[in-house]
Design a protein around this ligand. Structure first.
Ligand SMILES: Nc1ncnc2c1ncn2[C@@H]1O[C@H](COP(=O)(O)OP(=O)(O)O)[C@@H](O)[C@H]1O
Ligand SMILES: [Mg+2]
Length: 357
């Protein structure tokens, strides 16, 4: 098992800086997810680790060895892509063993590895079928199996579940998580889906514009987002944001004045600082139902049923604020309400730097 260290990697296409001075450390056995919107450089970073693309500067170390100048085949990695092109004329067994035959492994060893992997991925009954005779999920399992048989030091996944429908995606997500728990391999996994990232990762690197905004465990990222971008990208329904100014230990948002005292701030914030207050919908409640926090008056705007809970939208002055409500309770919510904001879990960002205060 082996870790990865990426140091000061940069890459540009003409004037477009796709990766800007990226540092990333993945511990042995870690499941690191690269998360960010389309075009932020996730695949480019993964390709740099794999050696599929030239980089302009920086180094890649895998298992303690500098592999920057090595071919992909010499880096001890296995990859799974979104478009997992299986060989259509080969059986599942053929697809699983092909890479090992190319490497001229002994026949017995190939059979042992293919057998073990097929068992693990419940592909044994399908070994003699061709890809055309498999469901989407089964095909994706073969693609993952093709990576697993290689006994690689490091597994790289690029949006492997994006082509599957929602239900299958959830199932495969659970399977990948189980594989990691059982085998403990080191994984770097690219996705734009924050739920996938939150459920799979030991640490998530949130990327924006070729840079890593924050690299942290999922709960840390969720509870203490380092930047406004991370706060807005992670979490569904999304965090509520209110622009305001700090005055005398309060944040003043239009006419409304909220105390800063309950907030987990890193230090004092000077008067006059332009800020953005972030409050997640689950930290807003109905004061009349006993919700604790800073009480504010609001009016009901509309209700959005989401199944397990209903998202209540209220107007706080000219700002809209969302609140998670029990569906039963939401049915009788209307008109003026008193909301309780639990500011102990709120985030405050500098409006200029967009960094957490
Ligand atoms: N071969 C290329 N030539 C020019 N621009 C590219 C090339 N490959 C990627 N890009 C650009 O680099 C940026 C990052 O791409 P990519 O790493 O694929 O993003 P992501 O995987 O996060 O969606 C995008 O703006 C993309 O258009
Ligand atoms: Mg990509």
């Amino acid at each position: 098992m082996s870790g990865v260290t990426v140091s000061a990697i940069a890459k540009a296409y003409g004037s477009l800086k796709v990766l800007q001075d990226i540092d990333l450390e993945v511990q042995p056995g870690e499941f690191t997810v690269l998360l960010g919107p389309s075009g932020c450089g996730k695949s480019t970073l993964l390709s740099a680790i794999a050696g599929l693309d030239e980089i302009d500067s920086g180094t890649v170390t895998i298992a303690g060895e500098d592999v920057t100048d090595r071919e992909p085949s010499q880096r001890g990695i296995a990859m799974v892509f979104q478009s997992y092109a299986l060989y259509p004329t080969m059986t599942v067994r053929g697809n699983l063993s092909f890479g090992l035959k190319v490497k001229r492994l002994p026949k017995a060893e190939i059979e042992r590895r293919v057998g073990k992997t097929a068992d693990m991925l419940q592909l044994t009954p399908l070994l003699d079928r061709k890809p055309g005779q498999l469901s989407g999920g089964q095909r994706q399992r073969v693609a993952i199996g093709r990576a697993l048989v290689q006994d690689a030091k490091l597994f790289l996944f690029d949006e492997p579940l994006s082509n599957l429908d929602a239900k299958l995606r959830t199932e495969m997500r659970v399977e990948i998580k189980k594989l990691h728990k059982d085998l403990g391999m080191t994984i770097v996994y690219v996705t734009h889906d924050q739920i996938e990232a939150m459920t799979l990762a030991t640490r998530i690197a949130v990327m924006k514009g070729g840079q890593i905004e924050q690299y942290a465990a999922p709960d840390e990222l969720y509870e203490r987002p380092a930047t406004l971008f991370v706060a807005g990208f992670v979490g569904a329904p999304a965090m509520n944001f209110f622009p305001g100014t700090v005055h005398g230990g309060h944040v003043v948002i239009d006419g409304l004045s909220l105390p800063l005292d309950p907030l987990p701030l890193a230090g004092a914030v000077a008067d006059g600082t332009k800020v953005i207050l972030g409050v997640r919908p689950e930290h807003v409640g109905l004061a009349d139902d006993g919700a604790q926090g800073t009480i504010v008056d609001a009016s009901t705007d509309f209700l959005e049923p989401m199944g397990a809970d209903t998202l209540g939208w209220f107007l706080l002055g000219r700002h809209r604020i969302s609140c998670r409500l029990a569906p039963q309770r939401a049915r009788s919510v209307s008109g003026l309400v008193r909301l309780a904001l639990d500011l102990r879990h709120a985030s405050l960002f500098d409006a200029n730097s967009e960094r957490r205060l």
